[in-house]
Ligand binder design. Sequence first.
Ligand code: GLV
Length: 324
Amino acid sequence: MTKQIFMTRRIPARAEEMLRGAGYGVTVSSKDGVLTRDELKKALAQAPYDAVVPLLTDTIDADMIAAMPPSVKIIASYSVGFNHIDIPKAKERGIVVTNTPEVLTATVAEHTVALILTLASRTAEGDRFIREGKFVGWEPMLLLGTDIKNKTLGLVGAGRIGSEVAGILYNGFGMKIVYYDTKKNEALEALCDAKHYTTYEEVLAQSDVVSIHVPLLPATHHLINKERLALMKKSALLVNTSRGPVVDELALVSALKAGTIRGAALDVFEFEPNITPELLTLQNVVVNPHLASATEETRTKMAELVATNIIEHLSGRTAPNALA
Ligand code: GLV
């Protein structure tokens, strides 16, 4: 019988091409938007699917896994993050879960650096200033930014993406690299002369730019809270391209308003797609709609990886990105 794949949303065509090329049937949700829980459950019940391809906007919790037909053998998420999937529950049902690591590392790192530079050089504010018709000529004190060359980058989480960000800013901007991670990253230390700290506090207190690269886990929820923001330099910039709930958004708003830190750039939000309204009233905030991996090349590679994981697993081999 033809193996059947269900995708909760259209992703780059490469995935479907590869899956159809392998002889599978592919059903893509016809809704142009995120399926509600009920819609997703209903869709999953339509056919004896062998594989499900969710996005990070689909909550695949225990209840959703229970709603999957018994035929499902793999959940191949079109994302590197996997906090939206209850992996132990999937495992209990004998379902393998995969993600899309590595292919997006460079792109997310570039995007992170873009956000840091945007914040430091105030280019988003400058853009708004002109569009609002306020530009009447060069002014000595207009929108003064801050340099990042030779300053200190503090990584909160030094895995693949954090390390790539460090590499760009160390080599291109001479930044000193300090990092918190549960593990020492010897490669990062060798490449960027990075210094490891075993507490967040030590990293936050000395950094001019703090960039967050931890996965969302119970232990990292609200990792950046009122107390930790208070430890940061008044001149510090905070950048988050990981997951929104790692930052307590209300505490961040208060810190930005009070001048506890200088600015923040956010690609992700605590209650995505909702954003704490006050954030949007602050000029020292740069916001992006969760775009960090969004290049044509990378999104296509992610689609390829989704298809590869499904094909390998359904062919009885090991899916290259199977999560423990
Ligand atoms: C994006 O946030 C991803 O997890 O791929």
